[in-house]
Design a protein. Structure first.
Ligand SMILES: Nc1ncnc2c1ncn2[C@@H]1O[C@H](COP(=O)(O)OP(=O)(O)O)[C@@H](O)[C@H]1O
Ligand SMILES: [Mg+2]
Lengths: 237, 737, 81, 81
């Protein structure tokens, strides 16, 4: 599986995603600088990493979405390639309209860095195939603007098609107000596009993919992708 | 020409003015005088502290760079080294907490990547007044979010620090930021302007009028008109700094880079004269070439502006375009503003006309140092407390609850959860334990980091307090399984012109120096911040110690959390009857005074060595040092961290409040499987360290009984869930109500 | 000609404004009991060299739609001078 | 009576405005070459129940000084309606 990690100015989880793809997963991985374009045949997985592209000035992700690399990302998405946006990457995907909705500042206006529990709402995606539906996993968050918003209409459609992939829950899996760290509509932590090939999530699976980090719950996001891609190759898709 | 009156207005003493005239052989002009005034301010020149700082041990087999450069460097093997430095941003934060703290973080990060190192961690050591004061809440929240927003945006995890609350810091909070970087030995760069004819380039942000006279501002007492001195506060741009970091690290891969220096306090003046002085060369620059963001700036303003996110780069002649190319990639400015000369002068031109010309070395290092008078302050004569008159409370549960809800002991999660501490995926022990541990990818190694200082101890006894700060920092690394390597320090004191303050300063340094020598942790970098006082009062002497330790095998790291039911809990070291300086005596009993606990360095060293050995042999499941709040609090913290209970018993001849809540030094609690007990006892015996069994890790309550000759004289018994809630939420509750 | 544009970007009604809510709470806490609602938006001031006022208007509108406001959650308005 | 206040909080001139700089860059990148300067401030809209317009004016001023603006780096202005 060929992986790309896009480096926007201000990205800072680019090194972590690169490490997860290359060292943890053992797959060939390249950085793509935001000023470069690429062809959608070059990669199987394109990761938009976390960080503060353009300082998160104006709105998180708002300026980054105009970069040349994003033009290629949009084409790759149309071509069905897998796109994984984590944290700031998710915000960029929203601004680029590859995913519906928008992000606001956390309800309490504070940056939150701690573990949260997530319920896997949809395991029928290329990104979550190795989880069980309804499984509860622990993944760290680190963001100040993870307060997901979509209007009622959009929400209805999103839910109807199984677009909600992860929700914030408590350790027993209850999706409660207290378990919502940032005020997201219906505790949304991650969503997938209609075609199923673009996933955005605020929590950081790359930060819990190795034993030494004390938690490997996030590793299966990457392993699911790998399995899916290798499966697709095997089936000649 | 500028005369004595101008000099005085700029904060220069008459003898300093005379010295300038002598050096130049003429009267300075106003620009020259302005440059002298910032460079010879306490903040830049260390004129009040230099002779005393010489008392620190600064060398050792692992020291690759001691004090004098932008940051210190210590070897950790495998061709790798740790670069570190701490710096204060106290006065700016008192006026504009958010930007003041943010730009403090920005400044310290630049000090690290200036050396060519990749910054990998931040720590912050903070002091505020009481959280009952609304203005303190404002300062506290503002400082924390300023640090968070800057560090988080940079993608450098903030992995540790400390926060204390005491009235002495009410008007003058302390905001000290520490940054740690990793570098390969052969990549170390220095701030030197060598090679006649080489180009001096300014890179990064544009220059504006912000932050004029920041260095002087840091070198005087805070007063009402401090607020009026607004231009001294800068606005930070962490995004710009992130680009600058990446661009500089890319630049520094090249052999044709001669030197690099960040523009901190005193801006272009300090960076140019310091790089020239270090290399024994001179620099000629033209202010007209400096990219600006404001119109009509005078040479004076350009030379002393403290606009953030700028660096001075010295490159071999002919490589200017190469520099520009790298910076363009990152959408940054890079402009040649001058050249290296051989005449030792800093020559400032404006459109080709000389507007200032002074010897670089005299600016950088020429401030006449002052020998300040030092006298033991009167208050120290009246600190004695008659302990026999203090009745031991009957309800010890209540005492424990009061201690755990004191913001000085309560969990600091409200603070560090606003900091991204997991970015870079190296944080293997996150904040919340005694020291943070980072792995170093590509090796088996890890480094442990901490900052420590008990200002109240230093107030009660500056010498013991200084010693204790170093010892506690080392102890915090040791319980994490690391061998302490080196110190960076931030010495925060009041007005050094007052003999009592100077006494505190000297004694703290002496105490720190002695401990540093004994524990083999040389001081490799640091910062002095004087004038931390307002008309009414000075801060407690607060010499913050930042320390780094090395784990040869990061898998051997240890945390303070009790991990396994049935584990036996032991105490290394000895209980004492000391109560002076304790949080218990001051905050629960309302008694200020007493002597802080004594520290015997020989005992300390043996306890630390024994603990480290036990951890390295893999014998223990947890280790935690006893500090604020004493043994009972330390045990409770290990319970809370491990979400488990404890049941134990102590037989003693001493006052039982001293045993439970006294802060006697050189004590560590460890939990271990019972089958390892005899081995640990043997190791302790060989190291001549006292070891005693305190009890067992056990589900349910936190329970401890103190007995004298078998008779129960005091008891704590309380559900861990209850104390966890109190300890965990105390600060949040105070700030948000 | 140089045109100064003053753009206001606000959350759409119906979109909860976390900053506004926080400021309202803080103001009440400070004793401003009469505060009934607080909304926080952005003020963006642009100095633009344009051919004419109409040209400027068109450009600013364009900027708002492309970048300055996110139509999913925000409305904008502007004045030129 | 209900008063609507519209408060603008801006960085003082001379204070670096990183957001403004970044937005200016982005607008240029999008082809808006005429953009000469961008400054970003806050727009705070407050609905206030006050005894009179004068009372409201006093209160809003107070709020700005106590909470909404930091005089060290920011200026404010407001309109009531
Ligand atoms: N300002 C801060 N920033 C980051 N972490 C902090 C801060 N203050 C405290 N911590 C973390 O909270 C934990 C407890 O701190 P402290 O009580 O000072 O520990 P100790 O007494 O062992 O020195 C440590 O892990 C420390 O790093
Ligand atoms: Mg400790």
């Amino acid at each position: 599986m060929k992986c790309a990690v896009i480096m926007f100015p201000g990205s800072n989880c680019d090194v972590d995603c690169y490490h997860a793809c290359r060292d943890v997963l053992g797959q060939p991985t390249e950085y793509v600088f935001h000023k470069e374009k690429f062809s959608s045949v070059d990669f199987d997985l394109i990761v938009l990493p976390g960080g503060f592209s353009y300082g998160d000035y104006l709105r998180a992700g708002a300026i980054a979405r105009f970069s040349p690399a994003m033009e290629s990302v949009i084409k790759a998405a149309e071509a069905g390639k897998l796109i994984l946006g984590i944290c700031n990457g998710f915000q960029i995907l929203l601004e680029a309209k590859l995913l519906p909705g928008a992000m606001k500042r956390n309800r309490d206006l504070k940056f939150h860095c701690h573990d949260v529990f997530l319920r896997v709402e949809n395991n029928n995606t290329p990104f979550t195939g190795l989880y069980k539906k309804g499984e509860i996993i622990k993944v760290p968050i680190a963001h100040g603007e993870g307060n997901y918003f979509a209007d009622r209409d959009t929400m209805e459609k999103l839910k109807a098609r199984g677009g909600v992939v992860f929700t914030y829950c408590d350790r027993d899996g209850n999706v409660t107000e207290e378990a919502n760290p940032n005020g997201s509509v219906e505790n949304i932590a991650g969503i997938v596009s209609e075609q199923g090939n673009v996933l955005g999530m605020m929590p950081h699976p790359e930060r819990c993919a190795e034993d030494i980090l004390g938690n490997t719950d996030g590793r299966r996001v990457f392993e699911s992708i790998l399995q899916y891609v290798e499966g697709s190759v095997a089936h000649g898709r | 020409m500028a005369g004595r009156d101008d000099a005085r207005k700029l904060g220069l003493a008459d003898y300093e003015y005379d010295e300038i005239v002598k050096t130049l052989g003429r009267e300075p002009n106003y620009l020259e005088l302005g440059m002298y005034s910032v460079m010879w301010s306490e903040h830049c020149s260390y004129k009040n502290s230099k002779p005393v700082l010489k008392r620190f041990p600064t060398s050792g087999p692992r020291v690759l760079q001691g004090p004098g450069e932008n940051a210190g460097i210590v070897d950790i093997g495998d061709n790798l080294a740790v670069v570190m430095k701490v710096e204060s941003h106290n006065h700016p934060s008192a006026v504009e907490p958010y930007q003041g703290a943010a730009t403090g973080v920005g400044g310290i990060i630049r000090d690290i990547f200036t050396m060519g190192a990749r910054p990998v961690a931040l720590l912050d050591s903070l002091r505020f007044g009481s959280l009952d004061d609304p203005r303190v809440k404002y300062l506290f929240s503002g400082v924390v979010s300023g640090i968070a927003d800057y560090g988080n945006c940079m993608g450098i995890p903030t992995v540790g620090g400390e926060v204390y609350f005491d009235d002495s810091y009410r008007d003058n909070p302390l905001v000290n930021a520490m940054c740690v970087g990793i570098i390969q030995h052969d990549r170390i760069v220095k701030g030197r302007a060598a090679g006649v004819g080489n180009s001096v380039m300014l890179v990064g942000s544009t220059t504006g009028r912000d932050g004029m006279h920041g260095a002087s501002f840091a070198s005087e007492e805070l007063s009402e008109d401090s607020v009026a001195k607004r231009p001294s506060v800068q606005v930070g741009d962490p995004f710009m700094e992130k680009l600058l970091l990446e661009a500089c690290l890319e630049l520094l891969q090249n052999k044709w880079v001669v030197g690099i220096q960040d523009l901190g306090a005193a801006g272009l003046t300090s960076s140019s004269c310091e790089t020239a002085a270090r290399a024994g060369s001179g620099i000629e620059l033209d202010v007209a070439l400096v990219p600006r963001r404001e119109e009509n700036m005078t040479p004076y303003e350009v030379m002393i502006s403290e606009s953030q996110e700028r660096m001075l780069v010295i490159v071999e002649k002919g490589h200017e375009q190469d520099v520009k190319k790298i910076f363009e990639k990152w959408d940054l400015n890079a402009v040649k503003i001058g050249t290296v000369t051989d005449d030792g002068m800093l020559r400032v031109l404006e459109n080709g006309t000389v507007v200032a010309e002074v010897p670089a070395r005299s600016l950088a290092d020429g401030a006449p140092s002052v020998k300040r008078e030092s006298r033991k302050p009167d208050y120290m004569e009246t600190l004695d407390v008659d302990l026999s008159s203090i009745k031991i409370p009957a309800d010890l549960n209540d005492v424990l609850i009061k201690l755990l809800s004191s913001p000085n002991i309560a969990s600091k999660a409200w603070v560090y959860q606003q900091y991204d501490h997991t970015v870079r995926t190296d944080t293997v022990v996150p904040p919340g334990s005694d020291a943070a541990v980072l792995r170093i990818k590509g090796t088996k190694k890890g480094i442990a980091l901490t900052t420590d200082c008990n200002g109240y101890y230093c107030y009660l006894d500056p010498y013991e307090g200084g010693k204790q700060a170093v010892a506690e920092a080392a102890r915090n690394l040791v319980v994490a399984g690391a061998r302490p390597l080196a110190i960076t320090d931030c010495l925060n004191f009041g007005n050094p012109e007052k003999p009592g303050v100077y006494y505190q300063f000297e004694k703290c340094v002496d105490g720190m120096a002695e401990a540093a020598r004994y524990l083999n942790t040389p001081v490799i970098s640091g910062n002095v911040s004087f004038y931390n006082e307002t008309r009414e009062n000075a801060i407690y002497p607060t010499p913050v110690v930042g320390m780094v330790g090395l784990l040869e095998d990061v898998e051997k790291r240890c945390t303070m959390a009790f991990k396994k039911e049935g584990d036996v809990v032991v105490l290394l070291g000895e209980n004492t009857d000391e109560l002076g300086g304790s949080v218990y005596l001051r905050e629960v009993m309302g008694v200020k005074g007493g002597r802080p606990p004594r520290l015997n360095l020989d005992v300390e060293k043996r306890v630390q060595d024994c603990c480290l050995k036990a951890i390295e042999l893999g014998l223990v499941h947890s280790a935690h040092d006893v500090s604020e709040g004493g043994l009972a609090v330390a045990l409770a913290e290990s319970c809370i961290a491990g979400n488990t209970g404890f049941s134990g018993e102590i037989e003693t001849e001493l006052r039982h409040d001293a045993v439970l809540f006294g802060e006697g030094q050189s004590r560590i609690i460890m939990s271990l499987p019972e089958e390892n007990l005899s081995l640990i006892q043997k190791i302790a015996g060989e190291s001549n360290v006292n070891i005693s069994v305190l009890g067992f890790v056990k589900q349910g309550n936190f329970k401890i009984e103190v007995k004298h000759k078998g008779v129960n004289i005091g008891k704590i018994d309380i559900p861990v869930e209850e104390i966890a809630g109190i300890w965990g939420n105390a600060i949040r509750w105070k700030v948000e109500n | 000609m140089i045109i100064n544009a003053r753009i206001n970007v606000r959350f759409k009604s119906g979109v909860l404004d976390p900053q506004g809510t926080a400021i309202k709470g803080a103001l009440k806490h400070l004793g401003f009991d009469g505060v009934e609602d607080v909304r926080v938006g952005k003020l963006i001031e642009i100095k633009l060299d344009a051919a004419s006022k109409e040209d400027a208007e068109g450009q600013i509108k364009d900027m708002c739609e492309k970048l300055l406001a996110n139509p999913v959650i925000e409305d904008y308005s502007f004045e030129l001078s």
